[in-house]
Design a protein around this ligand. Structure first.
Ligand code: ZN
Ligand code: ZN
Length: 306
């Protein structure tokens, strides 16, 4: 495996934030939190958001976790790593379902997180599951194909519950090989109502770089969609690697920062607990030059992380 495939870009010594990752508190990760602390020191990444999953569908594995136990693990790690120059925040990635919005709202009222991502995942009833996606796609227009996911993303944004929407179009990976990312890129109109919902609700957009290690081969969403978000007046953007393994830590994050900078963002928007979002400056070198595409690497794995 090459250095690039492991995501260990030796220049990545100045990235201020990775706002999305999973530890062994998520069902699809085995990474102890201190592994990320050590990697952040090694790679010079100043701040991490630990965003373990919560599901509200009782059939799913991250249903009903213990937020207090999780928080004590994250806060204790934050104390251990602060002297080494790494800030660790207590975040959450909610599996958003419009039909369970009341439960989600109640959870977020009862438990306080530093930073909350709302993501639409491929749940048990989803048409994008591997066993159903071929028949879902057959005979449908592209607009009809993406509607179940994109409509949920719109509802998530309009709920006002989340700091950012995670991996906005990760259906790109589930639609392969029936619909390719290139085909979706030819229909920017399908993204317009989604981006408008984010802008109008003040919800942030995440540049999720996990797509660079997956078959999609591009970020969720692509550089063009991030640029359009900015054009429409989008103000809040984060970047996250969505690591579930040590080797995925900060993978592609450089490309994510470059995409943000080239869309015109000078800062990422983050939240560190109660109150307004804070600005995290994008390092100057990303604003100066480079191409937006980033280094797309060969897909490392097809494991079913979400
Ligand atoms: Zn995630
Ligand atoms: Zn996710």
């Amino acid at each position: 495996m090459t250095e690039e495939a492991r995501g260990t870009d030796p220049r990545a010594r100045d990235l201020p934030l990775d706002a999305h990752m999973h530890t062994d508190q998520s069902s699809d990760s085995l990474v102890p939190i201190d592994v990320y602390g050590a990697l952040a020191v090694e790679r010079g990444i100043a701040e991490l958001a630990i965003t373990d999953h919560i599901d509200f569908d009782p059939r799913l594995p991250n249903f009903n976790p213990d937020p207090r136990a999780r928080e004590s693990i994250v806060r204790a790690a934050a104390e251990r790593w602060a002297p080494h120059g790494v800030a660790i925040r207590f975040g959450l990635e909610v599996s958003y379902e419009s039909g369970r919005e009341d439960e989600i709202r109640e959870h977020l009222r009862a438990h306080h997180y530093d930073f909350v991502i709302g993501s639409v995942h491929v749940g048990p009833g989803s048409p994008y599951r591997a066993s159903r996606v071929a028949s879902w796609v057959a005979g449908r227009s592209l607009a009809e194909i993406v509607a179940p996911s994109f409509n949920e993303v719109i509802a998530a944004a309009r709920s006002g519950l989340f700091d950012v929407i995670g991996h906005l179009d990760s259906i790109k990976r589930y639609l392969l090989p029936h619909v390719t990312p290139a085909q979706l890129a030819e229909r920017p109109d399908l993204y317009e109502p989604v981006l408008r919902a984010l802008v109008e609700s003040g919800t942030g957009l995440e540049v999720n770089t996990s797509g660079l290690r997956q078959a999609a081969g591009q970020t969720y969403p692509s550089a063009a969609v991030v640029a359009r978000f900015r054009e429409l007046g989008g103000q809040r953007l984060t970047a996250g690697s969505d690591a579930h393994r040590p080797s995925w830590f900060a993978h592609g994050l450089e490309a994510g920062y470059r995409i943000a900078a080239q869309a015109g963002f000078r800062d990422l928007a983050f939240r560190r607990g109660p109150g307004k979002p804070v600005s995290v400056a994008i390092p100057e070198r990303f604003r100066a030059s480079g191409t937006a595409a980033g280094a797309a690497t060969s897909p490392e794995s097809r494991v079913a992380e979400r």
